[in-house]
Design a protein around this ligand. Structure first.
Ligand SMILES: NC(=O)c1ccc[n+]([C@@H]2O[C@H](COP(=O)([O-])OP(=O)(O)OC[C@H]3O[C@@H](n4cnc5c(N)ncnc54)[C@H](OP(=O)(O)O)[C@@H]3O)[C@@H](O)[C@H]2O)c1
Length: 200
């Protein structure tokens, strides 16, 4: 992962996620176990940890996270390797599981992004999940979309981008080649066990 920090005082609004081949970012009931055992590109995890200044997430993802780590969800970001301010958007903060590392916001998504960017202090604000990210895409608030494809098909779960009726949203690929060239990927059915490496 290169160039994720922007020069100057303001970091990027980075929608950073891992996705299944069939376009899901979580399985049924927010399952994330499909990522385990998948290898990441060398240095990617470490760079994400060092360039992220704050995280903005939504309440559904937070609730799933808090179910597994009640009161300590913030300590588990990036497997516990990252610490920093986490903001969670919700219309009813009063019934959220409290967490000392999490600030609950009930405001417009653009205001939440500004709050997160200020807290990130020049590093990136990472947008977690699909719902908040969809709102950010529609409002033109995302600076960069960074996706890691996991070679698995889930069939159901939370889609990357569910936004019926919208015009196509176009992106340019950040690399040295043609920014609008399609990416070609070839797979075959997997055989054998997954290696027990760290997932995303
Ligand atoms: N694959 C990956 O890399 C990755 C990374 C991070 C997370 N995830 C997964 O992504 C999933 C996220 O779920 P999701 O995208 O369906 O939902 P979400 O973004 O986590 O949460 C949506 C909720 O946030 C609240 N909300 C949204 N916009 C708001 C606004 N403008 N003001 C106030 N509150 C607002 C609402 O909750 P209220 O009902 O409280 O108002 C809404 O129901 C989780 O399963 C998580 O584990 C995946």
């Amino acid at each position: 992962m290169t160039d994720v920090t922007r020069s100057g005082a303001r970091g990027k609004v980075l929608w950073h996620l891992t996705m299944s081949l069939d376009g899901f970012i979580a399985g049924p009931d927010h399952a994330m176990d499909w990522m385990s055992g998948v290898t990441l590109s060398p240095g990617l995890f470490e760079e994400a940890v060092s360039t992220t200044g704050a995280i903005l997430a939504g309440r559904r993802g937070y609730d799933a996270w808090a179910r597994e780590n009640p009161g300590r969800a913030s300590e588990r970001a990036y497997g516990g390797a990252w610490s920093g301010p986490i903001f969670v958007l919700t219309h009813h903060p009063e019934d959220a599981v409290p967490d000392s590392g999490v600030t609950f916001l009930n405001c417009d998504v653009a205001e939440a992004v500004e709050t997160g960017l200020a807290a990130a202090a020049g590093k990136n604000l990472e947008i977690f999940g699909a719902d908040i990210a969809r709102q950010c895409v529609v409002r033109g608030l995302i600076d960069e979309f960074y996706v890691h494809l996991v070679p698995v098909m889930l069939g159901e779960g939370i889609r990357l981008f569910d936004c019926p009726g919208i015009e196509p949203v176009r992106w340019e690929r950040i690399h040295d080649g043609d920014p609008v060239q399609a990416v070609d990927l070839r797979y075959r059915p997997a055989t054998g066990e997954l290696p027990s490496n760290r997932g995303g």
